[in-house]
Design a protein around this ligand. Sequence first.
Ligand code: ATP
Length: 265
Amino acid sequence: MNDMRQLDSAVTQDDIKISARDVQVFYGDKQAIKDVNVEILDKTVTAFIGPSGCGKSTFLRCINRMNDTIPIARIEGQIRLDGEDIYDRRVDPVQLRAKVGMVFQKPNPFPKSIYDNVAYGPRIHGLARNRAELDEIVEKSLRGAALWNEVKDRLQEPGTGLSGGQQQRLCIARAVATSPEVLLMDEPCSALDPIATGQVEELIDQLRQEFSVVIVTHSMQQAARVSQKTAFFHLGNLVEYGDTDDIFTRPQDPRTESYITGRIG
Ligand SMILES: Nc1ncnc2c1ncn2[C@@H]1O[C@H](COP(=O)(O)OP(=O)(O)OP(=O)(O)O)[C@@H](O)[C@H]1O
């Protein structure tokens, strides 16, 4: 069992969006995640930090069952979204991923127009009854991703023709278009310059007004800037979880302290 810090008593059951219980992940015989227990709050940005290879991305991918796509990956334990077990046999992973969207390290727009990139999810999930409704969703999502003003006059141009930072915001628009409840972001700024990084960070802060955001980051400065909660992972263990301010100023575990002061990692 990890010596994880408890949530503060002000947190109620309603605030908990995701709860993970005794989660283990294996790739073949190798264990990548060990006995992770954590509650992720709604309308909050949670940062996952820790040295390379400690399991941050593996655990993130458990939350929308992206690990299902890796044949040798096996998960034990339980992850609940609003109290529902997401690994229950009746849960359709495609539906789950509409509710729990994901943005990857490298912007990966589809080889389609800007419009069609954003319209893709709503089309496959039947979220619009007609073209006007679809137009509305596309505009709202692009506005939500702070990209509308830059692309409104060229919606039919390819998404791949945008700058890296614009492409990442397009991927965020694509993820928010299905009205997700949780947005998972795996190092979303690592391929971006400082200006584009600033724009995406500002966006993350706006997105948490609507839903729960979980971000994997190598940058402790970024974790401190964007998150309210931080989870520190080390060698597959969730070592410490708590308010971001506390993790960075008063870590309880010597491994967390070593990492934030640059002694491990
Ligand atoms: N598809 C895979 N097949 C086999 N092993 C994997 C796979 N993906 C990850 N691993 C292993 O699982 C462990 C955790 O990797 P993971 O990518 O989750 O760590 P991370 O903390 O996100 O690392 P980084 O910060 O470098 O991205 C590592 O030992 C890694 O080699």
